[in-house]
Design a protein around this ligand. Structure first.
Ligand SMILES: *Cc1c(COP(=O)(O)O)cnc(C)c1O
Length: 424
C-alpha cells in the first residue's frame, strides 16, 4: 500500500518496471513458466516462494491488475475472474456449501438473483431475499444458524437502490459473518465499502472499470479484516487436505480468504481471465477516475432535464433531491452516484419503445456503463416474456427506460433527447 491518492493509483499502481523493463504492463501470453529445478517449483506449490507456475492460478499481467484493484479498494489482495458472474460465484462458494444459507438484498443484479435463487439452490445453498431498506431488527429475522454471509450491492443495477452499508455490516458482524458487497456501479472512485465495514468486495469489471465495453471480467477483493477463526467457516479454520493440510486462517494471515479462493476454487473450477483481457482492463483503469466523474456529472444533468420534462412520468436517480435514497447517496456516494438513470415515459410500453427508436446518439444495447450513451427498454427486451402486471411486480414498469449516460458532450446527449421527445 502507498500514500498516493486514488487517481494516481488508477494510473501507477500494480506494475512497477525495473531498470530497462517495458514501461507499459506487458501481455504475458503464456500458460506456463520455466524453472531451473523442481525444488523451486515445489516451493511455489507450498506458497513458500512467490512466483508463477500455471496461468490458471496466476499470470504476471493478471497479477498486476489484481494488485492495482486491491489498492484502489484498500484491500489486502484480489482475484480476477473471467466474468462478474464468476466473481459472485467464487466469492460465495468460498465460504458456503450444501446446507448453508445466504441473506441477499432483493435489489441486486438480475444475474445474481438467478445465480442465488436458481443455481445455488440446486447446489444445496439456500437464500432469503430481503428488503434492504428494512430496519436491522427486521433483517435480523432472516438470519439463520447456517447463514454464512450477507450479500448486497452499493448502488443496485438497475433499480439504483443505495445500500446502507454500515447497517448491513452491523447485521453481518452481530451474527459473526461477513458482508459481501457488489461495488460495480459505484466503483472505488465513488465508494470504498471497506471504509464502512464491508469485508469482501466484488465487481463486474465489464462495466465502468473496463469502461469501453471491450472485455468481460470480474474481481474479488479481500479487506483482510474478517476473522475466519470460527466454527462457522471450517473451510478456512480447519486443514484443507487437498492443499497439504493448509489452514488458511492460520497460515495465510490477513489474506486467508483470497488465498483460499485462488488456490482452491480457481484451481478446481477455472474461470481464469485471459492475459489480453487483463491488459485491456488495466488500460481502462488508468482513466477510471476521469471517466466516472464525467459519467456522474452527465447523468445528473440528464436526470434533472428529464425531471423537468412533462412527457416523463418519473425519474429515478439518487443524485436528485426528490429521490428516496438521496440522503444515503450523500453519505456513501458524496462524489457522485453512477452513470445510469432510469425513467418512465407517459403513455406506457409503446411510447417508451417508440422514443428509444427516435434516439440517434444513444444506441439500443443490453450493456451498461461504458463510454457511449445507451438505452434499454426492459419491457420489450430483457423482460419481454412478462405481462405488464408481472413487470410492475418485479419493479420494472412497462414504461421504464434505462439510460446509461456516457462521457460524450452533455450538450449532444440532451439535444438527442430533445429531438426524440419532440417526435412522440
Ligand atoms: C453486469 C453485472 C454483473 C455480472 O457481470 P458479468 O461481467 O456480466 O458477468 C454482476 N453485478 C452487477 C452489478 C452487474 O452490473
Amino acid at each position: 500500500m502507498n500514500d498516493y491518492s486514488i487517481s494516481t493509483n488508477c494510473i501507477q499502481s500494480g506494475y512497477e518496471p525495473k531498470n530497462g523493463e517495458p514501461r507499459v504492463l506487458p501481455i504475458y501470453q503464456s500458460t506456463t513458466y520455466k524453472y531451473d529445478t523442481s525444488d523451486q517449483v515445489g516451493k511455489l506449490f507450498d506458497l513458500e516462494a512467490e512466483g508463477f507456475f500455471y496461468s490458471r492460478l496466476s499470470n504476471p499481467t493478471v497479477d498486476a491488475v489484481e494488485r492495482k484493484i486491491a489498492t484502489l479498494e484498500g484491500g489486502v489482495g484480489a482475484l480476477c475472474t473471467s466474468t462478474g458472474q464468476a466473481a459472485t460465484t467464487f466469492a460465495i462458494l468460498n465460504i458456503c456449501g450444501a446446507g448453508d444459507h445466504v441473506v441477499a438484498s432483493i435489489a441486486i443484479y438480475g444475474g445474481s438473483t438467478n445465480l442465488l435463487g436458481v443455481t445455488f439452490k440446486k447446489l444445496g445453498i439456500d437464500v432469503t431475499f430481503v428488503d434492504p431498506d428494512a430496519p436491522i431488527e427486521e433483517l435480523q429475522k432472516a438470519v439463520q444458524e447456517n447463514t454464512k454471509c450477507i450479500f448486497t450491492e452499493t448502488i443496485s443495477n438497475p433499480t439504483l437502490v443505495v445500500c446502507d452499508i454500515e447497517k448491513m455490516a452491523k447485521l453481518a458482524h452481530q451474527n459473526g459473518i461477513p458482508l459481501i458487497i457488489d461495488n460495480t456501479f459505484a466503483t472505488p472512485i465513488n465508494c470504498r465499502p471497506f471504509e464502512y465495514g464491508a469485508d469482501i468486495v466484488i465487481h463486474s469489471t465489464s462495466k465502468y472499470m473496463d469502461g469501453h465495453a471491450i472485455a468481460l471480467g470480474g474481481v474479488i477483493v479481500d479487506s483482510g479484516n474478517f476473522d475466519w477463526n470460527s466454527d462457522k467457516f471450517p473451510g478456512l479454520s480447519t486443514p484443507d487436505e487437498s492443499y497439504h493440510g493448509m489452514i488458511y486462517a492460520r497460515d495465510c494471515g490477513k489474506a486467508a480468504y483470497i488465498t483460499k479462493a485462488r488456490v482452491q476454487l480457481m484451481r478446481d473450477m477455472g474461470a481464469t481471465p485471459a492475459p489480453l483481457n487483463a491488459f485491456l482492463l488495466n488500460v481502462g483503469l488508468e482513466t477510471l477516475h476521469l471517466r466516472v466523474e464525467r459519467h456522474c456529472e452527465n447523468a445528473l444533468a440528464v436526470a434533472k432535464w428529464l425531471e423537468s420534462n412533462d412527457k416523463v412520468s418519473w425519474v429515478n436517480y439518487p443524485g436528485l433531491e426528490s429521490n428516496k435514497y438521496h440522503e444515503l447517496a450523500k453519505k456513501y456516494l458524496p462524489k457522485g452516484n453512477c452513470g445510469v438513470v432510469s425513467f418512465g415515459v407517459k403513455g406506457g410500453r409503446e411510447v417508451a419503445a417508440n422514443l428509444m427508436e427516435k434516439l440517434k446518439l444513444a444506441a439500443i444495447v443490453v450493456h451498461v456503463a461504458d463510454a457511449r450513451t445507451s438505452v434499454l427498454h426492459p419491457a420489450s427486451t430483457t423482460h419481454r416474456q412478462l405481462t405488464d402486471e408481472q413487470l410492475v411486480q418485479s419493479g420494472v414498469e412497462p414504461e421504464l427506460i434505462r439510460m446509461s449516460v456516457g462521457i460524450e458532450d452533455i450538450v449532444d446527449i440532451i439535444k438527442d433527447l430533445e429531438q426524440a421527445f419532440a417526435q412522440i
